[in-house]
Design a protein around this ligand. Sequence first.
Ligand SMILES: [Zn+2]
Length: 559
Amino acid sequence: MTSVPPYHKIRRIAIMKGHQVGYTEGILMNFLGYTISHQPGPSMIVGPSEKNIKKIVQQKLEPMINDTPVVRGKISHFSRTTSRNTIIHKDFPGGFLVMCGANVAADLAGTSVKYLLIDEVDRFPVDTQGEGSPVELAIGRTAAYNRRKIIMGSTPTYEESSVIAKWFEEGDQRYYFVPCPHCKHEQRLLMDNLVFDKNNIDAGVTYKCEKCGELIKESSKTMMLEAGIWKPTKEEHISETFRSYHLNALYSPIGFLSWIDVAKAKMKAERDEAYAKTFQNLYLGIPCTQAADEFPSANALYKTGGKYEEGKIPTLGGVTPKFLLAGVDVQGDRLEVLITAWHRKICFVVEHIVLWGNTNVDPHESPWLELTDVLKSKYGDYGITKLAIDSGFIPYRVFSWKRSVVDHHKRIQVIRGVWDMDGIISYPKIMEVSVYSGKKSRVGNKYQDVNTHFLKNEIYKRLLIESDEVTDTHIFFPKGKDREFYEQLCSERMVLPDAHDPMDRTGRIRYRWKAVRERNEILDLMVYNFAMWYGCNAAKYAHTDDKWSRFVEIKSFTG
Ligand SMILES: [Zn+2]
């Protein structure tokens, strides 16, 4: 891509791509190698997560440095890491390189960069702890440089939220035209022109020239890629400073993805509707739409509305739940509590409470004091059997509060959400917690990991049920909850965590959840409640009314 070198006047480049097209090596590493040796400046790479950045450093950056003597000679032998080892620095004459995940990009306030390289932007979190969009934050760091260059590349995700698709649309939409080895006709490589035997893909895959119809062997690919040319397809968007590019997986260099791999994925997408979207993102390199019926609609839930009064145990369809759970989310300025009541698998939201006040305070002060009152409150004859509280924000305060509720602390379960664990809830573990003196404390800091991936899936499956009947997998809501409540509940979508490496060891596609709006506390609170339902072993007793009655007798808190 001729506009990539730093001396070119193009300031902004967007590359929407299929996976394994060599973006990290071919664009990011080449760009860095060039600037470090010829036109150094403050540079930054931001990826969706710390894990993703560490992988780039180990698998792409270190080899590039080691294999390029002119670069190797300039890079300081020492990498510095700051901000609890999450930001990696490398120094060289005339500049530096900082690398970090989008989640800590806000920690870089004050760092100004000339070259900004953004990897897998569609997998960025929407908001880093209330600081605003991490993409915007990163771009803001280049404001001081007139000759800045921003390179953003990503495999796209969903149309509604895709940043890369938006940038691509805004640009001049360049596609790569490669010559046919037979007739020299320049053409875009398109999925429909792959030729193969569906029943025996391994026998070989060729490409049919759109002009002469001759079959092209994959062995010609390297030659074709070398002789190719980028052509803008959106004339009216041609700009002096901004270009957008597209590459699908057919352009993957030899040694990455073969046409056989692509043909196999194409066949799988034809058989499997869910995989078809993955195929669109990873192989075609285009965003997919989210079918309306795949995820619950906040609007629909809001319109259906609640069925009973908030703050009381309901009776609905002859069912009165007698087993209560609660989830607590800790934010800097408030505690949010969601209380649910259960009859076997049926979940009734009883009450949503927000306790305002700085949470970085002693447990005998507000809002922790009020949280103790909530824990001790009764709904009719019943109290909360288990209250799950997220340790995430300020673990030290959460554990202090738990210890302060001397006579009831057994009903409190400190939890931590984890998306890639086995099982639903882990055995209790001990957390090392920094106390204000700077020392670490381990005493009594027991917590359990909960599988947010599984639980969100479970909750969304249930929210999709349209029937009004009190069936065993329903979730019911009280009257009067506002639209925001349901928006937060329906705020996440499934995306691939890592487009470089979408499959796990067993070949399963690894999805994770991503917020499509800034606030999602209600969904988190629901997850904590569901975690406690599983944590109390309720699933084992939920099959029959008899078993459930015995369970309620033993487990329900009536003290
Ligand atoms: Zn041809």
